[in-house]
Design a protein around this ligand. Structure first.
Ligand SMILES: *Cc1c(COP(=O)(O)O)cnc(C)c1O
Length: 378
């Protein structure tokens, strides 16, 4: 049996270990330290935001953003339905109530039309959302120019989930800079990794300062441990920030490599009946974190799950498109706004598949993936 081919494994460059060693040699193994400070500076510079806060996960960034926005029990928020649950889990745990917005077929991200309908509804019922969460799926930006003005019109702040989209552009501007609060994830499967981690980004330096306070147990300025509020333990460790510093230098290469992987798949399957790729509108420059396809079973002669099984039997990892939140058992009965009467999220989920897309996927391994898929296609 061949070695397993993973969907999106970590890809170390070599220098990471030098930063980790430096942390050990200077005994900055304890949380915080110079690597964390440098990593925050570089993340803010990269995203083009005024401030950044390095955290133990992307999910922690959502917790802090919802805390800073003072999102509370029974508050309503709008959220892109086609995503990973971490996008909204912290708000739900705070007792807030989601209303889900469908995707548009052009970008697979939040449909501006469906968002408009949700706001029309909110105006009629008088229940305005406290936040809108947009998600840049699989490394592609949302249609910002058609989404941001709707939110601005109603004065509702945006949380931008850029967990998957570090390095992706919207009309030449880096994602991670479009929300009142935005965040990247450095989980092991993302385009760069700190093994686990995230960063909260914003131009609001005061809010990031408060998030800094909250993320380290909300200690008052006092010589003893004194608390006037309850916080979290969410900070990134100095050891892991060192990994991040080395990975950050490699990001342009990582994006280029993922794009090459995507292009090879496209070349291989562009003529295949029933196979389509996640579209890339002209305003988008994706980081191609994952290559995602949809399969029309009637034209292709095979369904997505059958393809996934066939890949698995060759020890190749693939994964269906995210199951939309409005189809999740835990969110049964929640409001959902379809795109022009269509359930685009469901269509993508039912027909989609993410292919092995690592920046360290070898040519040989990718050729094997392509051959395995080709065998099943009509
Ligand atoms: C990975 C991911 C997150 C969560 O990030 P963690 O660092 O794993 O907590 C949130 N949203 C999306 C869309 C993700 O892919």
């Amino acid at each position: 049996m061949r070695n397993r081919i993973y969907l999106s494994p970590p890809h170390m460059g070599g220098e990471e270990i030098d930063y980790v060693k430096e942390a050990f040699e200077t005994n900055w193994v304890a949380p915080l330290g110079p690597h964390v400070e440098a990593f925050e500076r570089e993340c803010a510079a990269y995203a083009g935001t005024k401030a950044a806060l390095a955290l133990s996960s992307g999910t922690a960034a959502v917790w802090l953003a919802s805390d800073l926005m003072n999102i509370r029990r029974n508050d309503v928020f709008f959220c892109s339905s086609l995503t990973f649950v971490a996008t909204l889990a912290p708000l739900v745990q705070r007792g807030a109530v989601p209303a889900f917005i469908d995707s548009e077929p052009e970008s697979w991200n939040m449909s501006p039309q469906a968002l408009r309908e949700a706001f029309d509804d909110a105006r009629e019922t008088g229940v305005m959302p406290r936040a809108v969460i947009i998600v840049n799926l699989y490394g592609q930006a949302c249609d910002m120019d058609n989404i941001l003005p709707i939110c601005a019109e109603y004065g509702v702040p945006i949380i931008e989930d850029a967990a998957e989209s570090m390095g992706a552009l919207y009309k030449g501007v880096r994602t991670g800079s479009f929300g009142k609060f935005s965040f990247y994830s450095f989980n092991g499967n993302k385009i760069i990794t700190t093994s686990g981690g995230g960063v909260l980004l914003s131009d609001d330096e005061e809010s990031i300062g408060r998030a800094r306070f909250l993320s380290a147990q909300a200690r008052d300025r006092a010589p003893w441990y004194q608390h006037s509020e309850i916080g979290y333990n969410f900070r990134m460790s100095n050891v892991l920030a060192g990994i991040g510093l080395a990975q950050l230098k490699l990001l342009p290469q990582r994006i280029a490599a993922r794009k090459t992987v995507f292009e090879k798949y496209r070349e291989a399957f562009s003529g295949a009946p029933g196979i389509s790729f996640m579209p890339e509108p002209e305003w988008s420059a994706s980081n191609h974190w994952l290559t995602a396809i949809t399969i029309d079973p009637l034209k292709a002669g095979v369904a997505n799950m059958r393809l996934m099984e066939a890949l698995e039997s060759e020890n190749i990892e693939s994964r269906p498109i995210w199951k939309p939140m409005h189809l999740q058992p835990v969110f049964e009965g929640m409001k959902y706004y379809p795109h022009e009467g269509r359930d685009v999220g469901r269509e993508l989920f039912e027909n989609g598949l993410c292919l092995p897309s690592g920046s360290n996927l070898t040519e040989d391994d990718q050729a094997f993936v392509i051959k395995t898929i080709s065998r099943l296609l009509r």
